[in-house]
Design a protein around this ligand. Structure first.
Ligand SMILES: [Zn+2]
Length: 274
């Protein structure tokens, strides 16, 4: 059996935001607007850096409409220069070329914008995700950005079959969680810290904590039945006392779990729980 290891360090990088009506995030949840972070997470492992999601496109910083056209107003994008993914990686003392592996939670535009920085990296994506992105159902086609899919075409992807979790390094520290439904290949990321505490990043298997709490999807899920199974899986994982589930777009989780700064540690997660 391989030696059990943990992640060295991880960061929840500062994020641009989008603002939408709650009904887009939760079936039956309309009537109020919600401002969501569009985050990226950087993980340092002995084998190198792993990036989970690539957020909005760097060229949208300061002027989202220039990169996204009418989508920028539709989603009320706010993107300060300091939230650029490439600059934040550099500010931590790394280069974008130091990122050895990139994991795509799914291929919607608020997760693929930075892919062009990482065409040198090894990619991990759920099976069928990129195929679906190129040939999506009409009600979801607007969520895929062709420029980002071109960049994705220059990355060598490992496609992970739906229904199977994948231990990236064979040491239990970084595990890709199969959470299909929102899109065919939706993934989450499970990280184990030195003291054994586990953090689960949901990707968009849930947009708000309420999706998990009430087992309710959102109107643009590709497969409603699989989505509900994935929400139940997250709910079950979250019942373990040593697990923190982070709903990546949830504004409350963002404020709470990053309360002590960009770097996320077992201690910072415990501080929130107590
Ligand atoms: Zn998203």
């Amino acid at each position: 059996m391989s030696r059990s290891r943990s992640v060295r360090r991880m960061w929840a990088l500062d994020a641009p935001t989008i603002t939408v009506d709650k009904s887009i995030l939760l079936l039956g949840g309309g009537g109020e607007t919600v401002t969501l972070p569009a985050p990226c997470f950087l993980v340092e492992h002995d084998e190198g850096l792993v990036l989970f999601d690539t957020g909005l496109a760097s060229e949208a910083a300061g002027d989202p409409a220039a990169a996204y056209g009418p989508l920028a107003a539709m989603f009320e994008m706010t993107f300060p220069e300091e939230c650029r993914l490439d600059r934040q990686i550099e500010a931590l003392g790394f280069r974008t070329t130091d990122v050895k592996r990139v994991v795509l939670s799914h291929a919607h535009f608020d997760h693929t914008g930075g892919l062009h920085h990482f065409t040198h990296a090894e990619g991990f994506v759920g099976s069928g995700e990129l195929r679906y992105a190129h040939n999506a159902d009409p009600h979801t086609a607007g969520f895929f950005r062709s420029k980002d899919l071109e960049a994705a075409g220059r990355i060598k992807w490992n496609e992970l079959p739906a229904g199977y979790d994948h231990d990236m390094f064979g040491d239990g520290s970084v595990t890709l969680l199969s959470l299909p439904g929102h899109t065919p290949g939706a993934l989450g990321l499970q990280l184990r810290f030195e003291d054994g505490h586990t953090l689960i990043l949901t990707g968009d298997a849930a947009h708000l904590r309420e999706n998990i709490g009430h087992t309710v999807g959102m109107p643009f899920d590709a497969d409603v039945v699989r989505k509900l199974d994935s929400l139940r899986k997250l709910k079950l994982l979250g019942t373990r006392p040593d697990v923190t589930v982070w709903v990546n777009h949830d504004p409350q989780d963002w404020a709470t779990l990053r309360a002590t700064g960009n770097e996320i540690t077992a201690a910072s997660l415990y501080a929130v729980r107590s």
